[in-house]
Design a protein around this ligand. Structure first.
Ligand SMILES: Cc1cc2nc3c(=O)[nH]c(=O)nc-3n(C[C@H](O)[C@H](O)[C@H](O)COP(=O)(O)OP(=O)(O)OC[C@H]3O[C@@H](n4cnc5c(N)ncnc54)[C@H](O)[C@@H]3O)c2cc1C
Length: 348
């Protein structure tokens, strides 16, 4: 089998990137084990235009969000599937100071507002603020539909990729019976074990979430206090997440379920039932910007990674940018181009 690009990984990064290469008329093959404990399959799927305690606009929000809407909407049409929902976050202030600080932001951007209605399902004493302009991606539906589509077209190999089976030259690569002009790694946290890119300064962190049934809670909003409750599949909700820089293993822990129970005991009035518990590593980077580009010595090897906490918003925009770079030579945004680390490059 001869292709232009062999893509390793079909999380949100590999999904967006393979879609863009197909849009450009390229021949591709994708390899993934479809690991349920990968970041994209554990994430809530939120795109939030504001960030941090001060609720400032996120980096490149004006470019990233409209592009994400366009690309996801186009994919919805092609896949005949609805997976993108506009949504607002109800931000339950955890203290008088937090309420004051939120209220000070009102009017500084178009996303942060007062919220005056009552939320009977919750206990709260410091009021609620509303963040609108958010989007919720049903990642489970999108990734599943995309893997089905690739599979039907004979473009997906559902198996582990082993770098030992890959012969890499500067002009092309071969992997088992596949010959490709380039191999592009969209392998998330596994990139830290990739001999071609483990020199890049990743800063992985671990996140846990639980899935619960909460009868009586409206799925029209995302509810946020110290944790976030977001609509998930069918009648369930996603509750998370932890954010840990230091951890002994990447599995889920009872410490996290205890944290959820403790938080909900004080906040949620409605009964709930926990169904599943998930954990994954986020492929974060030292400067919080993606890692995109070709290896400095091997032009046949590339990376599309480092989406950190924001794969849903960064993925569509930068997948298109990288695909256009590869197919017609247009430039990559400097902040995300791995050439910023060329001096750190280790021999592969
Ligand atoms: C708890 C939690 C909550 C989050 N919430 C959000 C959110 O609300 N919004 C948001 O935008 N982001 C969120 N994120 C971050 C988001 O999940 C990541 O930015 C994004 O998923 C990274 O996507 P990726 O495709 O680069 O990596 P991954 O999702 O990890 O995908 C990598 C893929 O590569 C495959 N792979 C790796 N190595 C191999 C191999 N050797 N052989 C075969 N296959 C391989 C894996 O199976 C996997 O499918 C969250 C993350 C976590 C952990």
């Amino acid at each position: 089998m001869k292709v232009d690009y062999l893509i390793v990984g079909q999380g949100i990064a590999g999904t967006m990137f393979s879609y863009q290469l197909l849009q450009q008329g390229c021949k591709i093959a994708v390899i993934d084990t479809l690991n349920p404990a990968s970041a994209s399959r554990v994430a809530s799927g939120l795109i939030n235009p504001v960030t941090g305690k001060r609720h400032v606009k996120t980096w490149m929000a004006d470019e990233l969000i409209p592009t994400a809407v366009n690309i996801y909407t186009q994919m919805e049409r092609e896949l005949n599937l609805s997976f993108l929902e506009p949504v607002s976050i109800l931000n339950f202030h955890s203290s008088a100071e937090a309420q004051h600080s939120f209220n000070e932001r009102i009017g500084t951007n178009s996303f942060v507002h007062h919220y005056d209605s009552k939320q009977e399902g919750f206990n709260y004493e410091h009021g609620i603020g509303e963040i609108n302009g958010c989007l919720l991606i049903n990642l489970h539906a999108l990734l599943h539909a995309w893997s089905e589509k690739l599979q039907q077209s004979g473009l997906l190999l559902q198996e582990p990729f082993d770098i030992q089976d890959c012969a890499i030259t500067t002009n092309y690569i071969t992997y088992k019976n596949i010959e490709a002009d380039k191999i592009i790694f969209c392998d998330g946290a596994a990139a830290t074990r990739n001999p071609y890119f483990n020199y890049l300064p990743f800063r992985l962190n671990k996140g846990e979430a639980v899935i619960a049934r909460i009868p009586g809670l409206s799925p029209q909003s995302i509810y946020k206090r110290n944790l976030k409750i977001a609509p998930w599949q069918d009648d369930t909700f996603w509750i998370g997440a932890s954010f840990e820089w230091a951890y002994e293993h990447v599995n889920s822990t009872t410490a996290f379920t205890e944290r959820v129970q403790e938080e909900l005991k004080h906040w949620l009035k409605l009964p709930y039932e926990m169904i599943t518990h998930m954990a994954a590593e986020r492929p974060s980077t030292i400067d919080y910007k993606p890692f995109i580009g070709l290896h400095p010595q091997y032009a046949s090897v590339g990376i599309f990674n480092g989406m950190g906490t924001k794969g849903c918003s960064l993925g569509p925009y930068f997948a298109r940018e990288f695909a256009l770079h590869l197919t017609n030579g247009s430039s990559i945004t400097k902040d995300v181009d791995i050439s910023r680390f060329y001096t750190m490059q280790a021999p592969a």
